[in-house]
Design a protein around this ligand. Structure first.
Ligand SMILES: [Zn+2]
Length: 90
């Protein structure tokens, strides 16, 4: 999947608790934010995996693929993520 074009990314300084990180391809919810996070992208300890989604692991390289469709990539460093509520945000 190509990186989303800048015109499709909404700048947000933080993401509130209750935001769902979701797959841009199939739309499945992947991780629920259980507390507010700022855009430095530190999701560890702030996200709860949805059903049948592996625990979020910090670090590692590159975009992370959706475990359901194996196509969608919901995260691009340094902090662009796809959300159910707002689409792509950075
Ligand atoms: Zn997917």
């Amino acid at each position: 999947m190509p990186h989303p074009s800048p015109g499709r990314i909404t700048p947000m300084s933080s993401l509130n608790s209750g935001t769902v990180l979701s797959c841009p391809e199939c739309g499945m919810g992947l991780y629920l934010l259980v507390k507010k996070v700022t855009r430095d992208g530190a999701f560890k300890d702030a996200v709860k995996p949805m059903a049948n989604v592996p625990e979020y692991m910090r670090g590692g390289a590159g975009p992370k693929r959706c475990p359901f469709c194996k196509v969608g990539e919901w995260w691009y460093p340094p902090g662009t993520v796809h959300t159910l509520q707002y689409g792509w945000v950075a």
